[in-house]
Design a protein around this ligand. Structure first.
Ligand SMILES: Cc1cc2nc3c(=O)[nH]c(=O)nc-3n(C[C@H](O)[C@H](O)[C@H](O)COP(=O)(O)OP(=O)(O)OC[C@H]3O[C@@H](n4cnc5c(N)ncnc54)[C@H](O)[C@@H]3O)c2cc1C
Length: 383
């Protein structure tokens, strides 16, 4: 009989794990809280680590790539003046731009109807045994059922229910960066900028970044620093952002973006939390993706880490087919160095997105200028 895994969450981490487990002879079942598969989402930059993992999962070729052909980034000042700054596509290990929904669409394609997915279903009780875990689910009709699995994988995001049920409350694992984010697609181009233009309106403790995408609306990302992000995450985003960004709206970019926020349901407003755990598994329950190690948007590696995690788990289970505990040890040993490396610099990288003081704001501007000039110099030298 094949071994059965329950995967909680139909995101990048959950689908990657499902593809890899199926490939190695397991029978995965996915449960997803939402009534149907989500689409769209925000801008994601996928670097070599993510591209390699997507290729290993067999989905890179079917993934839409949305890096604009003529991309330029601008630093926009309070008074509306602007300066060119270096753009992401010129970096070493440059990311390809896409939407979260593009990665999920490609992974969904990779599931190829081979895996059972139950929508509108959440876990309510997990009894974690030595050789199996017994899970009680509840669906949208309120019906409860209990099933037994060889492995339960919590890939249910930064506010994971599996983590709460088995490992402990959020506060035991959350490491706040002290920032809030609000990401959504703009309904229209930014006035005065071309398609393919990205921009940053930055001030101390608050920024609006616009990420351009080919054939899709740009993503607006508002970020700001606050003393109590968990409290802030319960507020209404629109009045909150209007108040915080009011005096940065010299040329109307902010207020037009916030009008677009008012007209969409496809937005994410939340505090930015890194998740740190001493172990990602306990008995027959494993966490993977943001639920286990949320690297936050500042790392630019969360989506990649989810795909790598799925692939590594599949390989570890294949290497130890009769010893799940040993496979989970192998998974920890292979994933820890990568996660540790990227978690180490998150607080520092957050300064590039939301500078916490004048010195950081100034340092960030100087850095972008140095990068731009060094790239211009290198491209002149190579022609
Ligand atoms: C604004 C922003 C920009 C980003 N930019 C980048 C980037 O440039 N590069 C990069 O690599 N990463 C980036 N990331 C990070 C990346 O998006 C995430 O790391 C990745 O999507 C996490 O995938 P996941 O599957 O672990 O979790 P999620 O995407 O959170 O998926 C979890 C799934 O579980 C479901 N679920 C939740 N609770 C339950 C439950 N109780 N029962 C059943 N289902 C449940 C949810 O509905 C969802 O479908 C960014 C993130 C943000 C917010």
């Amino acid at each position: 009989m094949t071994q059965r895994a329950l995967i909680v969450g139909l995101g990048i981490g959950g689908m990657s794990a499902a593809i890899a487990l199926k490939r190695h002879g397991w029978t995965p079942v996915i449960i997803e809280r939402a009534p149907e598969r989500r689409k769209g989402g925000y801008f994601i930059g996928l670097r070599d680590e993510g591209k390699n993992a997507a290729a290993a999962l067999g989905v890179l070729d079917v993934m839409e790539k949305r890096t604009p052909e003529h991309i330029q980034f601008w630093d926009v000042r309070k008074d509306g003046t602007r300066r060119r700054i270096a753009d992401l596509t010129q970096e070493t290990n440059a990311p390809i731009a896409l939407l979260r929904g593009d990665i999920e669409e490609a992974l969904w394609h990779g599931l190829e109807d081979k895996i059972e997915v139950r929508f509108g279903t959440v876990p309510v009780v997990i009894v974690n045994g030595v050789t199996q875990a017994k899970v009680t689910f509840r669906n949208d009709d309120g019906q409860e059922t209990t099933e037994t699995y060889d492995l339960v994988i919590g890939a249910d995001g930064v506010r994971s229910t599996v983590r709460k049920l088995v490992f402990g409350p959020d506060k035991a694992f959350f490491h706040s960066i002290g920032t809030m984010l609000c990401a959504f697609p703009l309904a229209r181009p930014v006035i005065g900028f071309k398609a393919g233009d990205g921009l940053m309106v930055a001030d101390v403790k608050r920024t609006l970044t616009v990420f351009p995408l080919e054939d899709r609306p740009s993503t607006a990302l508002f970020s700001y620093r606050t003393k109590n992000p968990e409290k802030a995450s319960k507020q209404n985003p629109l009045p909150t952002l209007r108040r915080i960004f009011a005096d940065l709206d010299g040329d109307g970019i902010i207020s037009r973006a916030l009008e677009d926020l008012a007209s969409t349901d496809d937005f994410l407003f939340d505090s930015v939390q890194m998740v740190k755990m001493p172990r990602w598994s306990q008995g027959r329950v494993l966490l993977l993706g943001d639920s286990a190690w949320c690297l936050t948007l500042y790392s630019g590696m969360g989506a990649s880490a989810g795909m790598i995690g799925g692939q590594v788990l599949g390989e570890a289970l294949a290497a130890c087919p009769h010893d799940i505990a040993a496979a989970l040890e192998t998974f920890e040993a292979r994933m820890r160095p990568f996660i540790r490396k990227h978690q180490r610099f998150i607080a520092l990288r957050s300064q590039l997105f939301v500078p916490s003081n004048r010195a950081a704001l100034w340092g960030r501007r100087v850095l972008w200028q140095i990068l731009l000039r060094s790239r211009k110099y290198l491209s002149r030298k190579s022609t």
